[in-house]
Design a binder for this molecule. Structure first.
Ligand code: GAL
Length: 404
């Protein structure tokens, strides 16, 4: 889908203001390529905004079973997370037997999914949620505990459709060395032929720059290797993903990997930064903690409707790093209605003051804005020329600026 002319103009203006002339040329070129590809989106009508949900991998790895998945679906509803947009309950690796049946079908692991996947899908659907599953564009998945789908794409896509699966994450382990550009489109077509709309999430770890070719293949594509539950990992992935900003948009998103919020390896302020930046850059918001037992601080990060609204904004423009002064950064991007979302991010080790000028974030120098602080839930009227805040180490402030 082509974006509206005003959205495109807004972004072009935004880019022109903030970048040096050499960078302007590079960004404009990337943007044009991005827009070109955008006309060739995967034709499944899904992912008009980034996907939101939960995935088993970051917290549970291979220790998954049907009771956990049902309880997670229950918790998604009882915590109110489904009401703020989290819909997908996604199984990751390790849900199947190592061997296919005599007809070559994938078989749910009897010891952990004795009721089968269709029954699980029925349960998840009964809660108003959607069920995702996982496979691999190779002979076996990364855990090597289950088969991959290479050579079985049509058959597996039909199986997933028969089970009423809504989402497929497709990994890249144990492949024969051929290009993902050859292997992923085969599953993409098989899903389109399956008779069911299935969200297609590519996971080839950014190996062959999927942003440049995957818009017609999938609804999202990993731009990086796996996230770990550390500040170093999270910040590194944010930076790697930033490079591909111009390729993201409704129908196809850059994926810097799933959320670690609530898993315990980062401080609350680091998790707030993680969530704020993932929201701003239109990353998939796939929760990776145990939502059955998360504390209120974790829930309070994940359920911030104002931050989620930036992620789910209809314009679908990926915010990006627009200014860096050592460890002090400004990330920003346009949102619907001539507004701008801004994150002031202190990646340094001590408290500091961070300023974003209107030219940094793509506002006209004469603009007078209302500044909404999305974490304090407070509004400041008549802000002129710049916004400044004192930001703690590894913390951020997040605003939406609305011209008055
Ligand atoms: C990795 C993938 C992870 C997870 C894992 C499962 O390749 O990037 O997100 O799916 O495999 O084994």
């Amino acid at each position: 889908m082509a974006r509206s002319a005003s959205a495109r103009l807004g972004w072009i203006f935004f880019s022109v203001v903030i970048l040096s002339s050499a960078a302007i040329a590079a960004a404009a070129c990337a943007r044009n390529v991005g827009e070109e590809i955008r006309r060739n989106l995967l034709d499944n009508g899904l992912g008009r905004t980034p996907q939101m949900g939960w995935n088993s991998w970051n917290h549970f790895h291979c220790n998954i079973e049907e009771k956990l998945i049902r309880e997670t679906a229950d918790a998604m509803v009882s915590t109110g997370l489904s009401a703020v947009g989290y819909k997908y309950i996604n199984l990751d690796d390790c849900w199947a037997e190592l061997n296919r049946d005599s007809q070559g079908n994938l078989v749910p692991k009897a010891s952990t999914f004795p009721s089968g996947i269709k029954a699980l899908a029925d349960y998840v659907h009964s809660k108003g949620l959607k069920l995702g599953i996982y496979s691999d564009a190779g002979s076996q998945t990364c855990s090597k505990t289950m088969p991959g789908s290479l050579g079985y794409e049509e058959q597996d896509a039909k199986t997933f459709a028969a089970w009423e699966i809504d989402y497929l994450k497709y990994d890249n382990c144990n492949n024969p060395g051929t290009s993902p550009k050859e292997r992923y489109p085969v599953m993409s077509k098989a899903l389109l032929n399956s008779g069911r709309s299935i969200f297609f999430s590519l996971c080839e770890w950014g190996q062959e720059d999927p942003a440049t070719w995957a818009t017609g293949v999938g609804n999202s594509w990993r731009t990086t290797g796996d996230i770990r539950d550390t500040w170093e990992s999270m910040t590194r992935l944010a930076d790697l993903n930033n490079k591909w900003a111009s390729y993201a948009g409704p129908g196809g998103w850059n994926d810097p990997d799933m959320l670690e919020v609530g898993n315990g390896g980062m401080t609350t302020e680091e998790y707030r930064s993680h969530f704020s930046i993932w929201a701003l850059v239109k990353a998939p918001l796939l929760i990776g903690c145990d939502i059955r037992s998360m504390d209120n601080v974790t829930l309070g990060l994940l359920n911030n409707k104002e931050v989620i609204a930036v992620n789910q904004d209809k314009l679908g423009v990926q915010g990006k790093k627009v200014k860096q002064d050592g460890d002090l950064e400004v990330w920003a991007g346009p949102v619907e209605g001539g507004r701008v979302a801004v994150v002031l991010w202190n990646r340094g080790s001590s408290q500091a003051s961070i300023t974003a000028t209107w030219s940094d974030v793509g506002l006209s120098s004469t603009a007078v804005v209302e500044a909404r602080d999305l974490w304090a839930h407070s509004t400041t009227q008549s802000v002129r020329e710049q916004i400044t805040a004192t930001v703690d180490s590894h913390a951020c402030k997040m605003y939406v600026l609305t011209p008055q």
